[in-house]
Design a protein around this ligand. Sequence first.
Ligand code: RIB
Ligand code: CA
Length: 328
Amino acid sequence: MDATGTTPTAGPDGRRTVLIDCDPGHDDAIALLLALARPEWHVETVSIVAGNTTLPNAVRAALQVLTVADRTEVPVHAGRDRPLERALRTAAHVHGESGLEGPVLPEPAVAPRPEHAVDLLVRRLGRARDEGRPIEVAATGPLTNLGAALRRDPTIARGVSRLVVMGGAITEGNVTPAAEFNIWVDPEAAAEVFDADLDVTMVGLDVTHRAILPTARFEELRDLGTPVGTLAAELCDFFLRFHSRTYGFDGVPIHDACAVAALLDPTLVETRHLRVDVETSSRHCDGRTVVDLWSVTGREPNVHVGVDVDRERFLDLLVSSIASYPGA
Ligand code: RIB
Ligand code: CA
């Protein structure tokens, strides 16, 4: 375990302030439910990026999740509808066309806020920088919004106490043999983030594939008999289709919840401070996170790379957080 992160700033009520940037997406939705359940955090904003599905679908999905969770006071901001320099490539084969296929979801009870997510990130992180009160950020989709914000004003990095990214991998890929989806969608944005003056932790497939929620525990969620418990179980049911077909898993890696949990409690994920570069022009390895595991390049480490996870403690945190939501 290497020491990660500066001390997160407590908000006025003593809770830590966190911004979440996501592309709902089944595991994004569960990660959001986890974050919203935590007493340690004030989820100040949820910003949306195109990735698992189109931007309008992802915005709608986020609003539907907040509606089920009865947390429609949380501001949702739409961000970029395509990567910084490439065309958008989505993951309907994993998440369905809507991005949240499976559960029957209510119409959103709230609309997104008018401020564009990139404007929000530049404004809010700039304020945190100026006030000397850096805040936490979780990114569970392509890094397009954060990359665009950093391109506009690199100094906003000083407004971030700690950023945890779900993305990348040391050893494998899930959308190509070489690349993980979030990085592959927008490698240029990922390079902006990893090269910024940021305390960034990468929770990649090497970690998330060790934190499978077994199908037996889907029933723990379903048996809660609450709207959120049922939603989480049904999201897992649909998410299982891809993972059992592709990997033969008897469960699902809730990638994004693992990253959010690593932000909440850094002791959950073991990390090593390593050099990470992003491949942006390769026929076979485009979007790969090139992790210098043995420091052979001699280049300065820039990312805290997840290498292991306390699986049972993470899963217990996840299930107990979902269980904390009230009944209908
Ligand atoms: O590769 C997994 C990641 O890509 C997750 O964040 C999933 O939601 C998709 O965005
Ligand atoms: Ca995601």
